[in-house]
Write a protein that binds this ligand. Structure first.
Ligand code: IPE
Ligand code: IPE
Ligand code: MG
Length: 252
């Protein structure tokens, strides 16, 4: 069996212009992956970290501008405290252990979501990597932590109404661009491709505004089984999609 000499070769049929600029991923199915193997749910979360590594490495190699990973939703706080404690511990560990790799790969870390409910240890490690990677020009690695699309839009409405009350803006200045600029994702490219693992056909409060014209790609594979091949398959299928943005095909 001949192995491709590099990852770039593997996608040589997909010109860079046809690749997604911004990929969002709902990393779902960790618990089911573990339970199917008779393991505790947390084992699935632990194994999921390896898939995060694979994805960030692949994005770097392909020159993807940004990748946003759904790590914790604003609704996930409903879970048992022991699972939440483990997730927080894992997050902190990831931020410490992956710091060198993130910096070596030239990734720029960004974090979206609420900060006020996260443990101080997580915040401290996050801030360290955010600061150290802030001038990097590689793939933007965006972690959505305690993130909810509705929460984000509500926050934007609050910010905009404050500016209105302060006389900084007038009603006619409230445009789609202004709303976008008040979201956590301000400055990031539009999402081209949204991947969900674990097979469920829903968005679970992820990037509600930003997904408006994203291409959706769902795999039955659970997150710990999400491989580089699977990721490349999604990108290749994306490149073959007809996007119309409400208009007609160019040649119609
Ligand atoms: C996704 O996996 C990770 C988080 C939501 C933190 P799940 O924990 O939701 O796994 P399933 O969907 O129950 O299998
Ligand atoms: C979405 O998965 C959130 C993350 C992957 C972080 P969930 O497991 O929370 O989604 P639902 O509850 O099945 O919709
Ligand atoms: Mg789930």
């Amino acid at each position: 069996m001949t192995k491709p000499s590099s990852l770039a070769d593997t996608l040589s049929d997909v010109p860079p212009a046809d690749r997604p600029a911004h990929i969002a991923i709902i990393m779902d199915g960790n618990g089911r992956w573990a339970q199917a193997r008779g393991l505790p749910r947390i084992e699935g979360h632990r194994r999921g970290v390896e898939s995060v590594r694979v994805v960030s490495e692949t994005c770097t190699e392909l020159g993807i501008e940004a990748v946003t990973l759904y790590c914790l939703s604003s609704e996930n706080w409903k879970r048992p405290q022991a699972e939440l404690d483990f997730l927080m511990q894992l997050l902190e560990q990831y931020l410490v252990e992956e710091r060198k790799t993130i910096l070596d790969q030239g990734l720029k870390l960004q974090v979206i979501g609420r900060r006020d409910r996260l443990p101080p240890g997580v915040i401290a490690e996050m801030e360290k990597t955010l600061e150290l990677s802030k001038d990097n020009s590689g793939t933007k690695l965006v972690l959505a932590i305690d993130y909810g699309g509705r929460d984000e839009i509500t926050r934007a409405v609050r910010l905009i109404s404050q500016d209105l009350a302060d006389g900084k803006i007038s009603q006619s200045q409230i445009t789609e661009e202004l709303v976008s600029s008040r979201l956590y994702t301000a400055g990031l490219p539009e999402i081209d491709l949204m991947i969900r693992t674990g097979g469920d056909l829903r968005v679970s409060n992820f990037l509600l505004w930003q997904l408006s014209y994203a291409e959706l790609w769902v795999t039955e594979k659970c997150w710990p089984d999400f491989s580089r091949d699977e990721f490349l398959k999604a990108i290749r299928e994306f490149a073959n999609r007809q996007r119309r943005f409400g208009g007609l095909n160019v040649n119609e």
